[in-house]
Design a protein around this ligand. Structure first.
Ligand SMILES: C[S@@+](CC[C@H](N)C(=O)[O-])C[C@H]1O[C@@H](n2cnc3c(N)ncnc32)[C@H](O)[C@@H]1O
Length: 316
């Protein structure tokens, strides 16, 4: 089982068991698409034989293309980084300059800087300002491992079997064939500070995008494509999926390993939706065995998740 090579907000390791539980039993033999790749916890865990990954973030996609096609050069360059405050700010400035000047994929230096910043920035966050510049400050770690050669090489092997896209998630309608499997993990639904369900920032993944995503799921279903979707457990999203007979909804809880604030608040509910028929699913018992047999468990000590109720369509 390969593992994520970047820390990414919304990483799905804490929910892996529940996500795998909903997949069809032959999930390893199916072509897998992951349109909101981020850190790619699900794809790396499954190690599909065929499929595609996608993310709208061009710097992130550049990174994965470089890991796939130029892993030796990436490792060689990344080994030169130093964990020092001044060096960090110089590296950050260089990263932003390459972005400002425009770059072509593959850009090995940009990938190497992204890896370095991801391992050394505060909280392992990736955050950009409006101009698309990375603006997270230097983080305090004991001795951060910037280059994990084994993990990078393993990830490279997995990515070699996959096509990599840098588009909107709707590319799945172009590439997914009957019998394929899609795992969707869109950004969190942006609730405003005032908890007004209808307001969201115009740049983020808002209600219109959520609706487009639901419509993509419906089209894929008609085509005979299976999907599992994780999403925010909030009213506007729940309303989009309830009442669709072929889809089932689940409320699940995940404790987040990365965000310590969320950890303190305890478990946050999330929504899972799937069109995989119940009798074809892996099921929770087997998923638990599969997931806990691998390396994932070692790295998520203290992360607990559970399915609160396995139903499903809210009968209203
Ligand atoms: C919640 S994260 C995915 C986390 C991932 N599952 C993991 O385990 O790390 C969502 C990702 O969707 C990407 N994204 C946002 N809008 C998108 C869009 N319209 N199409 C495709 N990707 C998008 C973001 O760049 C982000 O990386």
């Amino acid at each position: 089982m390969a593992e994520p090579i970047l820390k990414w907000a919304g990483g799905k390791r804490g929910l892996l068991r529940e996500i795998i539980a909903l997949m069809p039993r032959d999930f390893r033999d199916r072509t897998l698409h992951e349109p909101f790749f981020g850190g790619g916890a699900v794809t790396f865990w499954i190690e599909p034989k065929m499929g595609t990954i996608n993310d709208i973030n061009t710097k992130l996609i550049n990174f994965y293309v470089v890991v796939r096609d130029h892993v030796d050069e990436l490792i060689e360059d990344a080994r030169k980084h130093r964990y020092e405050k001044e060096y960090f700010y110089r590296a950050r400035a260089e990263f932003n300059e390459i972005v400002r000047n425009g770059f072509k994929i593959p850009n090995i230096r940009l990938a190497s800087l992204l890896l370095y910043l991801n391992k050394t920035a505060f909280n392992g966050l990736y955050r950009e300002n409006r101009r698309g510049e990375f603006n997270v400050p230097f983080g305090r770690y004991k001795n951060p491992k910037i280059v994990d050669e084994e993990k990078l090489r393993k990830a490279s092997e997995v990515l070699k079997r996959l096509e990599i896209y840098n588009e909107d998630f709707s590319y799945t309608l172009r590439v997914a064939k009957p019998g394929d499997l899609v795992y969707f993990d869109p950004p969190y639904y942006p609730l405003s500070e005032t908890a007004n369900f209808t307001s969201y920032s115009k740049d983020s993944f808002g209600y219109k995008d959520q609706k487009r995503l639901r419509d993509v799921c419906l089209k894929l279903h008609k085509r005979g494509v299976y999907f599992v979707l994780s999403n925010s457990y909030v009213e506007p999203v729940l309303e989009l999926y309830e009442g669709i007979d072929e889809f089932e909804m689940f409320k699940v809880y995940a404790k987040r390993p990365i965000n310590s604030k969320a950890d303190r608040r305890g478990a946050v509910p999330e929504l899972l939706v799937t069109n995989v028929p119940r009798e074809e699913r892996v099921g929770l018992k087997t998923a638990k065995r599969l997931v806990e047999a691998g390396a994932i468990k070692r790295n998520t000590t203290g992360v607990k998740s559970l399915i609160e109720y396995l139903k499903l369509k809210r009968s209203s």
